[in-house]
Design a binder for this molecule. Structure first.
Ligand code: NAP
Length: 467
């Protein structure tokens, strides 16, 4: 967003960042094994494709470095205020200005407010009795203790999502024991990871169209998967067979196989990619426990009537993904609280704007997440759309723009009717839906459909208020 503002000749903006550096999830998630599970060519800006990735699925430090390089290259650092958490924002209707309140108490005025806070930034702790009682080392995967040395330790891990399946194999290399507490087994695909050779990098850099072709291939594979999980049952069952074959190939113990076999439709939860997870679970020092956790104790935890003792307890329990802009307090026209408007589940128009909150735009807002493809693509669509709104605001001499209530309502009826029949409503537990079962996070279609929807500004869908 900042890069595109600068490109459009707009430089009276500020980026407020709660952390000490750029990078978002790639700054926060430093657990061992953290890496992208989307191929590098696709997981980068379309206008700033990197040609020297070390491997197809780059590790976290490399992605973090890429973000820093982009901030440097596009001259963003002077615009960013680091260590500046935002407490909330209130829309001043009379002046058509957002009053942005910082944690420090300082208030900034802005004509337009754009949020880019992600969906996966606030750790969710397991809801288990006695969590605070454990006396050993304990932390969430997104708050990894850099001083923690797993060598020779007895470690309990809660959760088997995308984060846990990346760090469990790393712990298993040196820990005395790793007990994995699994509530729902994930579908795991083999991850076709590999080192990029000097020749790969040379081709990416010098062969015209090569990196773009690679990007297109991975992008098309992502689109196919999205379609498969929701409408192509033959392809979906082929994916399912592949995951089960992959599991059986590495897990020989029939009891462990039974524990690791999902009983819900593939795609309902995020399908995971790994080249070492099942291999780690098959190790003698790793166990998978499926009995529900009853309580945490000072020594460890109890599950299925049995006590387990640990030196460390690690929560791979995900994020408060359906709470979107929380804990920021956002008050729009008439002092309406966004959290109240969203009491039954977040929704927006095209994922970027909400009626009653003029001049507020969201990146990666409600119903813009994907089950399989790169979120960078979606964010670029949103930036392009918001830039068109801003251009019209300026050129038309308007001071405020607000999506019409009926347009937003119709849009959400339509996408919710599609989502009701989607695989994400098939009843498994996932961060794609809220506690009431409303799918608040995912986009129901192909990313190409989303791109088309946001390609041209539909100015009639908004009320434009003159200065
Ligand atoms: P997650 O997918 O939400 O997984 C949380 C895990 O914790 C689930 O297995 C869940 O079980 C389990 N859990 C929660 N409470 C529990 C309890 N009380 N007892 C037992 N188990 C409990 O979180 P995540 O692994 O951090 O991943 C979140 C998202 O981040 C991913 O889906 C992905 O989009 C992104 N991510 C991406 C990458 C990447 O490579 N690009 C890497 C990591 C994460 P249930 O399944 O039963 O709910």
């Amino acid at each position: 967003m900042a890069i595109k503002l600068k490109e459009a000749g707009i430089d009276n903006f500020v980026v407020l960042e709660k952390g000490p550096e750029v990078g978002g999830v790639w700054r926060e998630n430093t657990y061992p094994g953290a890496a992208c599970d989307i191929p590098a060519e696709l997981y980068s800006f379309s206008f700033a494709m990197k040609t020297d990735w070390s491997r197809r699925y780059p590790p976290q430090p490399e992605i973090q470095r890429y973000m820093k390089e982009c901030a440097e290259r596009f001259g963003l650092y002077p615009f960013i205020r680091f260590n500046t958490p935002v407490a909330g924002a209130q829309y001043d209707e009379r002046r058509a200005l957002w009053q942005v309140e910082l944690d420090s108490g300082e208030v900034l005025s802005a004509r337009v407010l754009v949020t880019g806070v992600g969906q996966l930034s606030r750790p969710a702790m397991p809801r288990v009795e006695g969590l605070e009682r454990f006396t050993g080392t304990r932390f969430h995967s997104a708050q990894w203790d850099a001083d923690f040395d797993p060598s020779g330790k007895r470690i309990g891990v809660i959760g088997t999502g995308a984060s846990a399946i990346q760090f469990i194999p790393e712990l298993a290399k040196s820990a005395a024991r790793v007990d994995v507490f699994q509530r729902t087994p994930p579908y795991v695909m083999p991850k076709p990871d590999r080192d990029y050779t000097a020749m790969d990098r040379w081709m990416m850099r010098y062969v015209p169209g090569y990196k773009e072709l690679n990007r297109r291939i991975w992008y098309t594979a992502g689109e196919k998967s999205t379609g498969a999980f929701n409408s192509d049952s033959r392809l979906a069952s082929a994916y399912k067979r592949l995951t089960l074959w992959y599991m059986r190939r590495h897990i020989k113990d029939p009891q462990l196989r039974a524990k690791l076999t999902p009983d819900y439709p593939i795609g309902c939860k995020r399908v995971l990619f790994s080249h070492n997870y099942f291999q780690a679970l098959a190790q003698d020092n790793v166990d998978v426990i499926t009995a529900p956790i009853e309580r945490v104790t000072p020594q460890g935890l109890e599950a299925g009537g049995q006590a387990y003792a640990f030196d460390a307890l690690i929560y791979g329990t995900g994020f408060l993904a359906t709470e979107f802009l929380a804990p920021m307090r956002i008050r729009g026209a008439g002092g309406r609280e966004l959290s109240e408007v969203w009491a039954d589940g977040a929704e927006a128009y095209k994922g970027v704007s909400v009626h009653g909150f003029p001049n507020l735009f969201m990146l990666y807002g409600p119903n813009t997440n994907l089950g399989s493809n790169s979120i960078i693509f979606m964010i670029e669509c949103q930036v392009g759309y918001i830039m068109q709104c801003l251009a019209r605001l300026r050129q038309g001499g308007f001071r405020a723009v607000d999506v019409k209530a009926d347009v937003m309502a119709r849009y959400n009826v339509d996408i919710q009717s599609k989502l009701k029949n989607s695989v994400w409503s098939a009843g498994c537990s996932s961060w794609y839906h809220n506690a009431q079962g409303k799918v608040t996070n995912n986009w129901p279609g192909l990313t190409q459909e989303y791109k088309q929807l946001l390609a041209q500004l539909d100015a009639d869908s908004f009320d434009w208020r003159a200065a």
